[in-house]
Design a protein around this ligand. Sequence first.
Ligand SMILES: Cc1cc2nc3c(=O)[nH]c(=O)nc-3n(C[C@H](O)[C@H](O)[C@H](O)COP(=O)(O)O)c2cc1C
Length: 204
Amino acid sequence: MEEARHKKTQPHPNAITIASVDASGKPSARVVLIKDLSLKEGYIVFHTHYGSRKSLEFVGNPWAAGVVHWDHLSRQIRFEGLITKSPDEESDAYFATRDWRSQLNAWASEQSQPISDYKQLLDRANKQAKKMNLPKLDSTGSDKDFSVQRPPFWGGFRMWFCSIEFWTAGSARFHERILYKRSLKKGDNDDPAAGLWRYQRLQP
Ligand SMILES: Cc1cc2nc3c(=O)[nH]c(=O)nc-3n(C[C@H](O)[C@H](O)[C@H](O)COP(=O)(O)O)c2cc1C
């Protein structure tokens, strides 16, 4: 990710496609942004609305799969693992770094719920802005810092890995694939219990 960021190969080198599974076993996937990670513990962090489709699906089934593709670097990484909610303090800290308009958006948008048109979304946001003594969204001269609290229904998720596969393109499709695996069990508290990493090479 650092290499992709450094080489400016794509606007969002931290984008990952994450798949969740619904109650009937049907998968769905969407892109989110990796905002933090722990190399030591083996998880990434992304933020979202806790009432969104993906979030509700994680409540029913916390197992997820993800994939990152850095086309210009000829690399792909596949992930599988468990989703847990980030500690509130971590979500608060990240939320505080966001621009107030994005903070307002988190309050105003019921992510993944239907809305009749785009204007209705802006109206909802401006109504919320009024309630919170914030300027209207389109007002000029409002680039000041406003302190907006994180809504309780919005925050981070950690995705803990039990499987990571690094894929590097080779010539004539002689690609390199290295699969790392460890056992991962849902813990009594939020952190899963993880075993040791083992790895093996796979044929392309
Ligand atoms: C480049 C990119 C980055 C995105 N980052 C996020 C993100 O960090 N969090 C998020 O909730 N949605 C993000 N989205 C929107 C999601 O792809 C998705 O539309 C949204 O989360 C609703 O998904 P759901 O209905 O499956 O819950 C991003 C989309 C794109 C294209």
